[in-house]
Design a protein around this ligand. Structure first.
Ligand code: ATP
Length: 364
């Protein structure tokens, strides 16, 4: 944990993931600071280089050694409508009240920036040792169902399990979901979780009924092979969609690119192909993610073969070779290259000379 001397204060704490990761011996990318009291006032009194203040949340952004650091005031929150974003109740509350609003005990520890003392009000250390995810109160999932997906994410990242009480709270919420919720947070957590690229997560997502959080009109997909194996083949823009795209995402606000992937998959979904080259001709116009989704629910091996091999097949002849043959530049070139690619898919050992012969026979 990087110690910044300007930020050593008896009322200032590292909180959340950074404390958890330090105890687990893992590196942490994010440093979350929490000031017991008014963080804005603290930054002003300490004459820190303030770049942004947000009084309604009690947060302040400061610049130290070229790094932007957010400091939050301790705060309590309440949920006027369950499942939606909370509203700030009180800024400058006690540290324990701030930690109580967090998702799991393992994320509800603090470490004093001055003394280095670890503050553990909820036996978080025991839960870390026992590899358990435990919510802080019985309404936790009702207030914020995205915590169920966070639980799945942490269980995958750290190999932790839900403790038995938390598991029954999860089961009970899933059997009675309030679909009037903020899908923005659900999407964020689904993205982070599935971007871990783990088949095991997908199986658990289905087995534990967590997929039902995506909306009340879900069908369980019949998956024909390991998603992880397919995803690891290629460098995708949206790996998470190769998992989440198997479900109905109509409640999510999707970007243009994400919408394109889902609608392409819908177009492909019920298609079948008689030959590899027929599949190639169609797949090459679709995003990789859509082909991958098609493979998961249709023909795993064909999608795998396309993504691993077929898509890389190119003719040995190039434009200069066609010019040498006396063929004028134009539309015909792409037709010739398509023809040669198809022939090469049928016979991957096709040599340059044989390609030349094919072109001469067909086009000259
Ligand atoms: P990492 O950044 O390594 O994924 P993290 O625990 O820091 O883990 P963040 O999403 O950055 O995760 O959240 C920071 C902290 O905010 C968490 O440790 C937790 O204490 C709290 N937190 C985040 N999301 C929620 C939530 N939905 N409900 C309650 N507390 C939350």
């Amino acid at each position: 944990m990087r110690i910044i001397s300007e930020l050593q204060d008896k009322n200032l704490y590292y909180v959340g993931g950074v404390v958890r990761d330090e105890i687990l011996g893992l590196p942490s990318l994010d440093m979350d600071y929490c000031y017991e009291g008014d963080a804005i006032n603290f930054a002003r009194t300490k004459k820190l280089n303030i770049i942004k203040e947000n009084p309604s949340f009690g947060t302040v952004r400061v610049l130290i050694d070229g790094i932007e650091i957010d400091i939050a005031s301790t705060r309590t929150e309440c949920y006027p409508s369950p499942g939606h974003l909370p509203v700030v109740d009180k800024i400058g509350c006690s540290l324990i009240d701030d930690l109580k609003r967090r998702d799991f005990t393992i994320n509800a520890m603090a470490k004093n920036t001055l003394s280095g003392e670890i503050i553990d009000y909820f036996n978080s250390n025991d839960d870390l040792k026992n590899k358990k995810l435990r919510v802080l109160h019985n309404r936790s999932f009702i207030d914020d169902p995205s915590r169920i997906i966070r639980g799945l994410k942490f269980s995958a990242r750290f190999g932790f399990e839900l403790d038995s009480e938390t598991e029954s709270l999860q089961k009970s919420y899933i059997s009675n979901i309030n679909y009037d919720m903020s899908y923005h947070r659900i999407k964020k957590e689904v993205k982070e979780t599935f971007n871990l690229n783990s088949d095991k997560i997908l199986r658990k997502f289905i087995r534990d009924g967590i997929y039902k959080l995506l909306g009340d009109n879900q069908q369980v997909p019949l998956i024909k092979g390991s998603v992880e194996r397919l995803v690891s083949l290629i460098n995708l823009h949206n790996p998470w969609l190769c998992y989440a795209g198997l479900f109905n995402l109509s409640n999510f606000e999707l970007t243009k690119e994400e919408t394109e992937i889902i609608s392409s998959f819908k177009k492909l979904e019920n298609r079948t192909f008689d030959t590899e080259s027929e599949a190639y001709k169609i797949f090459r116009h679709f995003p990789d993610e859509s082909v991958l989704l098609w493979g998961l629910v249709r023909e795993y091996d064909l999608a795998y073969h396309y993504l691993k091999n077929l898509r890389k097949i190119k003719p040995s002849l190039n434009g200069n070779d066609l010019i040498k043959l006396g063929i004028e530049r134009g539309k015909l070139y792409s037709e010739i290259f398509d023809y040669l690619t198809e022939e090469k898919i049928k016979n991957p050992k096709l040599s340059k000379e044989e390609e030349l012969k094919l072109v001469v026979n067909k086009y000259l």
